[in-house]
Design a protein around this ligand. Structure first.
Ligand code: SF4
Length: 189
């Protein structure tokens, strides 16, 4: 479900305030390494489509990063197609939907991949560091980690949402785009 349009100008701020950790991680890695492997491009790309990034902006966004790594020409040749494809402008013209938590949690990221769900796929050490960076205080952090140890990854994400936003999230988190729209609703109210 589309929420509103987001622009490239505001995307870094919005990523910090309203992206769930899985997407924030991909976003930061893309900014840092100017590249993401296929699984990460799919997971982040479809999420961005779902939060309202228009196709032209999506192409500009990915091109700005990938050009720094592989060059603009190679981006146009090898990567632009799959972005248009995600938006239903190529191939079978299916309008692909963003991945749910269930799908992301059950994915199997390999070496060098940054997709997946951090609550499921990060080491405890990396997860703790990532939670601190999101501003989760130490009491909430303990609660989150205990959910993770019991393999309740979506509950861990819900507790993170509550800690970061200072409000309860009774429905629980079951989709990254739901995390985003619930967050934006709070930020804008
Ligand atoms: Fe992303 Fe869902 Fe994992 Fe939260 S529980 S980090 S929204 S996949």
């Amino acid at each position: 479900k589309e929420f509103a349009e987001i622009s490239l100008r505001e995307i870094d701020d919005i990523a910090k305030s309203s992206f769930p950790m899985c997407m924030r991680h991909l976003f930061e890695k893309l900014r840092e390494e100017h590249h993401l492997k296929h699984g990460g491009r799919m997971q982040l790309g479809l999420f961005l489509k779902g939060v309202g990034l228009k196709l032209d902006d999506a192409l500009a966004f990915w091109k700005a990063e990938f050009s720094r790594k592989v060059g603009a020409e190679r981006f146009d040749k090898e990567y632009a197609y799959s972005i248009r494809h995600n938006y239903g402008r190529e191939g079978k013209r299916t309008d692909y939907t963003p991945y749910s938590c269930q799908k992301i949690i059950s994915s199997t990221p390999g070496v060098g991949d940054h997709h997946g769900c951090p609550y499921r796929h990060f080491s405890e050490e990396n997860l703790t560091a990532a939670l601190s960076r999101m501003g989760v205080n130490s009491r909430a952090l303990g609660d989150v980690m205990s959910k993770v140890r019991n393999k309740h990854y979506q509950l861990a994400c819900t507790l993170t949402f509550e800690a970061v936003h200072g409000t309860s999230c009774e429905a629980g988190i079951n989709h990254p785009n739901q995390y985003f729209s619930d967050s934006q609703m709070i930020m804008k109210s």
